[in-house]
Ligand binder design. Structure first.
Ligand code: SAM
Length: 400
């Protein structure tokens, strides 16, 4: 695959770190006999200790390439995202769920703004636990909390392992899309697993895709069911689904909200989606080459929300809501929150209104991003439909 000509070159020290990671990945490929599944490559490129994209020193989150960042997420875009989530969470906290847990907290912006929002709602959680794989991000989260919500920072703690049991609220924004995926390619009517092999020294990239023919019995059911015999590439999400099962096993009572880009299976595995959803982000350029600058760029795939729902149900959780981000935020009151600002103060109002517009617009994040709520024990003695206001209109659970 050719490097996109428009992508900026990394600075020398970042390139050196990337070369070190590429050498480590190369050793893993050699140790495995010359080929690894794409999920293994993605796990190393994103999470190899000290060198992976999330575990290394890249800026990652930010507004544009000038700050060295690669992409922006909803909590970074606008505090109204977290403040609206706080409106959904406040009545649940009031129902005896005073603990919160966030997965993959990025810069800590969501944690800080959620705590500030819940303080405004008069429903501060007793404790806010963060589960973060990256030591570098953990340090940034501590800094953000100290700056944005110093009086609330003492409520936050970081977990090194999941507790056996948890009662409370769980949130994860853009965490599932960052979990390694397997790739499958149907070529001339035959299914292959698409993995990664080393390229000859001197080639433009250190790695390339290599396909291995699969015996019929090894083709995942979801793939086997895609109608037609035209060529296509697609993904499966064993790690994300295993993660949801672990969350389900842990959640004794409460609700877990995951927000991410993706679709139900019928849309995800639609025969017309022939190119899959694998995507990379480097300095705010989206492109399809996962072998560019290993460790310096994000690699991601859309979420199969039917798989998430099925994994949750397997552990006895209830899927209590599934909606587009726009629907969820509007149901939960983002417009009322925005209207509390003074529109005649254009300098303050316009940037906030524009950012909220990006969260809601169908052409931006409003439709592609979805919110799924997985619950346990909310319907015994409490009315689950009232607290889950975010799904009051436009719920799409039936599509999962
Ligand atoms: C795309 S970033 C999103 C960060 C942040 N939530 C936001 O919205 O800005 C993905 C995050 O998920 C984290 N992550 C990935 N897999 C995880 C797991 N199994 N447990 C906890 N965090 C994880 C990464 O380290 C990273 O912080």
């Amino acid at each position: 695959m050719q490097k996109a000509a428009s992508l900026p070159l990394p600075p020398a020290d970042a390139q050196a770190a990337s070369d070190t990671l590429a050498a480590r990945i190369g050793e893993s490929i050699d140790a495995a006999g010359g080929w690894i599944g794409f999920d293994r490559y993605m796990a190393l490129a994103l999470y190899a200790p000290g060198l992976g994209y999330y575990s290394g020193g890249s800026a990652k989150f930010g507004r544009d390439a000038r700050d060295g960042s690669d992409f922006i997420t909803a909590p970074e875009l606008s505090p109204f995202f977290a403040r609206t989530l706080a409106r959904q969470f406040a009545p649940l906290i009031a129902q005896g769920l005073p603990r919160m847990m966030e997965f993959g907290a990025g810069t800590g912006r969501l944690a800080a703004d959620l705590l500030l929002g819940l303080e405004q709602e008069g429903r501060l959680p007793q404790e806010y636990a963060i589960v973060e794989l990256s030591g570098e991000l953990r340090a940034r989260q501590q800094e953000t909390l100290a700056q944005r919500a110093p009086h609330l920072a003492a409520r936050v703690r970081w977990l090194d392992a999941l507790p056996d049991s948890f009662e409370g609220l769980i949130v994860g924004n853009e965490v599932l899309d960052a979990m390694p995926v397997q790739l499958y390619a149907r070529i001339d009517g035959r299914w292959h697993e698409r993995g990664v092999a080393r390229t000859e020294p001197g080639a433009a990239a250190a790695f390339h895709f290599e396909d291995r023919v699969l015996a019929d019995a090894d083709v995942p059911a979801m793939q086997r069911d895609i109608p037609g015999d035209h060529d296509l590439v697609t993904e499966t999400h064993a790690e994300a689904e295993g993660f949801i099962r672990a969350v389900g096993a842990m959640l004794a009572r409460g609700a877990a909200f995951f927000i991410d880009y993706g679709f139900p299976a019928a849309e995800y595995y639609h025969p017309q989606r022939t190119g899959g959803t694998l995507m990379c982000h480097y300095r705010h350029h989206a492109h399809p080459d996962p072998f560019l600058y290993p460790g310096l760029q994000d690699i991601t795939a859309h979420v199969n929300f039917s798989g998430v729902a099925a994994a949750a149900v397997e552990t006895g959780l209830t899927v209590s809501g599934f909606a587009s981000q726009a629907r969820f935020l509007m149901n939960a009151g983002i417009t009322e929150l925005l209207m509390a600002l003074d529109p005649s103060d254009a300098r303050a109002f316009l940037p906030q209104a524009n950012a909220v517009q990006k969260l809601l617009s169908e052409a931006e994040m409003g439709e592609l991003f979805k919110v799924i709520a997985l619950t346990r024990g909310l319907d015994d003695g409490t009315d689950a439909s009232e607290p889950l206001a975010g799904f009051a209109r436009g719920d799409r659970c039936h599509t999962l």
